[in-house]
Design a protein around this ligand. Structure first.
Ligand code: ADP
Length: 341
């Protein structure tokens, strides 16, 4: 009986459409942890700060169910944050953090208010990539308790587990401690008003990554891979995991796709070619862009100058700009109160 009820509930929830994304809340991964116990419905609704109107709509849809005594909706949101996106990779070293920083930078240049949460507990290096040295994180007192204040660099708000840990010491958090730190980290940062919060996820499909996905209102992930078969296989596993927990995969970015010859401009695919395209076709997730190997990406990361903010045109800067434009056309609301400055 519960399964039949469950299906009935899902069918009704699929009739609730998120107007900007023009899709139903189930397909968008906004409804999770749906349970029916003794004819009571419990669900978690993962939304942005501008989507609270979905709650009464759900209540009204589910009120048609004659057997349902009451619906309890737990809202999961990050105060002030409209759109939370995850940047993920199957394995380390493929350029995930570089991509997260550059997408944040490109969105900022498009006029969005952007925050970057470095949740890569195994290698938090976002602060360095934006030129932040060791800084003291301030804690402020708010009506909802003590909160960490993010740092601001190049117009981007930044918070990193690396800023909380001691420098040069590997983070060896495990199990419940890891879980507690991550959830505190997701809930206790005072971001202010943000159009986008990008979360740099730890690589792979381990505990830390699953905790972050389950505890935050991520409404889509971007996956970063290199063209090699082994990296592609890792990303494939990753995509299956996201689909299992109901988080939409927005697309794939292939990094280190080719090397441009400084003399003749020819492109050499030194890590093989076609991996990203093959994966995108197989898993029906768009290929958002192909980024070449470019020493300026590496030096920009080392000196805190993301290539997406460089004044010089480059194929990499172009890819990040295009991704930012396409994210804006997907996620930005078009009424006055939410327009970009
Ligand atoms: P991950 O977050 O996946 O572990 P990083 O973003 O830290 O990977 O990148 C690993 C290293 O590779 C960094 O030194 C970075 O500057 C460099 N890198 C990443 N992408 C490129 C690229 N397209 N061209 C040149 N260097 C790159």
């Amino acid at each position: 009986m519960t399964t039949a009820y469950q299906q009935e509930v899902v069918q009704l929830l699929k009739q609730v459409i998120e107007p900007t994304l023009n899709n139903d809340i189930v397909s968008l991964g906004m409804v999770r942890n749906l349970r029916i116990v003794d004819d009571y419905i419990y669900l978690r609704l993962y939304i942005g700060s501008h989507q609270h109107q979905l709650q009464p709509e759900i209540q009204s849809k589910l009120s048609f169910l004659s057997w349902c005594k009451k619906t309890y909706i737990q809202i999961c949101t990050i105060p002030g944050v409209k759109t939370t996106l995850g940047i993920s990779s199957g394995k380390g070293g493929v350029g995930k953090s570089t991509t997260a920083v550059n997408i944040a930078a490109a969105l900022k240049l498009q006029g969005a208010k952007v925050g970057l949460l470095d949740a890569d507990v195994y290698g938090p290096n976002i602060p360095q990539m934006l030129g932040l040295g060791k800084a003291d994180i301030q804690v402020i007192n708010t009506p909802t308790g003590d909160k960490f204040l993010p740092l601001e660099v190049q117009g981007i708000k930044v918070m990193s587990v690396g800023l909380l840990a001691e420098a040069n010491r590997p983070l060896a958090w495990r199990g419940p401690v890891l879980h507690k730190i991550i959830t505190q980290f997701l809930q206790d940062v005072e971001w202010g008003e943000l159009d986008y919060l990008l979360i740099d996820l730890p690589p792979g499909t381990g505990d830390a990554q699953i905790t972050i996905i389950q505890e935050s209102p991520i409404c889509g992930v971007i996956l970063v891979t290199t063209p090699q078969q082994v990296a592609v296989a890792d990303v494939r596993r990753n995509i299956y995991m996201f689909r299992q927990v109901g988080v939409p995969v927005l697309g794939i970015i292939e990094n280190m796709s080719y090397l441009i010859c400084g003399d003749c401009g020819s492109r050499t695919p030194i890590f093989g070619s076609g991996g990203g395209e093959q994966l995108a076709a197989e898993l029906q997730a768009p290929l958002l862009g192909q980024i070449p190997i470019d020493p300026r990406i590496c030096s920009g990361s080392d000196t805190g100058n993301p290539i997406a903010m460089s004044e010089y045109a480059s194929p990499a800067r172009e890819v990040f700009t295009q991704i930012a434009i396409s994210l804006n056309s997907t996620f930005m609301l078009h009424d006055e109160s939410t327009q970009l400055d």
